[in-house]
Design a protein around this ligand. Sequence first.
Ligand SMILES: [Zn+2]
Length: 333
Amino acid sequence: MFNKREHLSKLKDLETISNQIGAGQDFVQGGGGNTSIKLNEELMAVKASGFLLSDLSTDQAYAIVHHQDLVKFLAENSAASDKDYNEAASAATLTEARASMETGLHAVLGQVVIHCHSAYANVINCSTKAQDLVRELFPEACFIAYRAPGYQLSHLISEQAKGAKVLFLQNHGLVISADDATEALELHAKVNRQIKDHFALKDFPEAKLQYEGGALRSESEFLSKQLRKHADDLSYEFFSRVLFPDQRVYLQNNIAFSNKLENKINIDLKSYTVRYKTNEREALAIEETLVALFYIMQQIQANDLELNYISADDSQHIDGMDSEKHRKKVIGQ
Ligand SMILES: [Zn+2]
């Protein structure tokens, strides 16, 4: 049984970390990232799928899950399907809100867990030297090779990362596991600061939109400049080379190279302007993803590192994932 009043202070902690991480476009873009807190030996509150971290409060945007059930499922099933995992996750969920697809990794880690898509950590994670860089800069951290979000990633973490406090997820993001909310936020800030300092990374450029004749247009000067810089390369193929899963989720099949509104994302190659044909929430999610993509590419190249793309098979796998479709649908409403 879940009685909210018994757990208010921990739910408040979850709200605090979620809103704080969710406020930074450098840490989460669109609906990315998720957080959790163990309420007791049995129950865990975890961000619900389809919500933004900034939506989370003690009243909404989280699911309550029997975390031990998921730990057991992952320990007993080394070759399950996404479907089995999703079913196990829904069976373990007490609330109507659907738990984040990353619930499994939250279940197997510490009391408070932050998973974000830090653009700084992804400068490491999306480079060909990711594993060496993690070993050199964060010897205590755990490097997790690329796996599809959901079952595969949760399962690998359940095997390799028990007890780890900092996890770098190749071509994906960062996970912080801590004993309480304060420690989690401090460790998150420390790791990101250390990466920024080491690589002399520029501040993350703000993604922003403006209404123009009823449609939404990108206001990001950075994005416009990057499009101009890559003018000779820009093609469907350019955007299909995937550095991180959300790139695939938000960009694949949604781009038109056009000065009209022919698709969700319309890139005008004459003025290097991006116009969106969708609601403001989804347009901002896409804009943040585009800015993150170009920022990560730019900073990797500025550090004489090379880009490491996920394989074509792994990219296609993301297209078929029900949990990603669900997330996109809720964000798109
Ligand atoms: Zn993620």
